[in-house]
Design a protein around this ligand. Sequence first.
Ligand code: HSE
Length: 412
Amino acid sequence: MISIAIMGHGVVGSGVAEIFATHKKKLFAAIGEEIDVKYILDLREFPDSPFADRFTKDFSKIANDLEVRVVVETMGGLHPAYEYVKECLSSGKSVVTSNKELVAAYGAELLAIASEQNANFLFEASVGGGIPIIRPINQCLVANNVSEIAGILNGTTNFILTKMFHEGMGFDEALKMAQELGYAERNPEADVEGHDACRKICILASLTFGKHIYPEAVHTEGITKITAADVEYAGEWGGVIKLIGSVKKLGKDTIDIIVAPMFVPNLSQLANIDDVFNGIMVRGDCTGDVVFYGRGAGKLPTASAVVADVIDSIKHLKSRKYLFWSDSDNGSVLPYEESVRAMYVRGVADDKAAAYDNAKAVFGGVHQLSRKNAAENELAFITEPMALSEFEEKLAKVDGFKAESVIRIGDL
Ligand code: HSE
């Protein structure tokens, strides 16, 4: 019998406990041993829970119990999750977490401690919820030089953008619906401002390119400024707007990493990933594009990934799994102003024809977009690909035009 502990009995943690109870036989068959959830750490009371006798409020019970070989962290947030995980790893226990904030902030340090202690620190559930993505990148695609990863990494914003595109809802209305359905947090800032997607693309970039990329180094834009007009223009252009986390390898030591809303052409695999689903494209030199799709959030999908990591940790109690990246100073991140992309621009001009001619002259070729019911003075166009700094310089030179919205065109 192997004893484990679960820290945090929220949505994901309670799902983990549930799967260990409901899938006992299946999991026994996977490792040939019974798994005992010996402790569940939570400050709240759960007197009616079937696991009521396992609850403790005292972390030291878990830390000091030598029988506990694997600890699940589903508390969320940085503190005290970081301190608890560090203490568990330092004493040789393996840790499995779903906490993307923790991995994005402290992944390199925690992986180093795990390595010193010959323990495992696994976090499949931190990106893409129930979608396998960490293990595929680390194992199944290891023969590839990966040149790019691009994904819809946040379910809440994808739900909002889907409602805006398919049902013509405004941002506020769609956000309210997401909150009513329990997808968005009451404080939805981490989702709608792109921070959650940023943490996830940082984890994927760190894993893929071997050096820790910290969220602070990644230019991040959310979806709060997207309007119904932009969504309509994307449709007229032949695509949709998605919040994309993207990382591209540019040279030996340079990566172009960003989180931003982008126009995604209908032909892209990512264009049809709707509602709360996530989709992640990995471009390998041997495989070509591989796309992962599924439920990126939710109790049982996320818990499924956590439980799989626990099983893997138990299988590798003696021989550590190789999962590692080193710390870095973010020096490999291309300044975002140098990132090259075509741009969509929407704005207003008193003399639309003259402003469009000015835009053509300044940018050296732009493609005008139209939509039904546009105001008389509204002008929208797409530029050729160029560095953001060059784009901004040129845009300022377009006489008689006031830009109101700028969105990147994803080459996906
Ligand atoms: N808030 C996240 C999302 C939860 O909407 O995708 C899963 O990480």
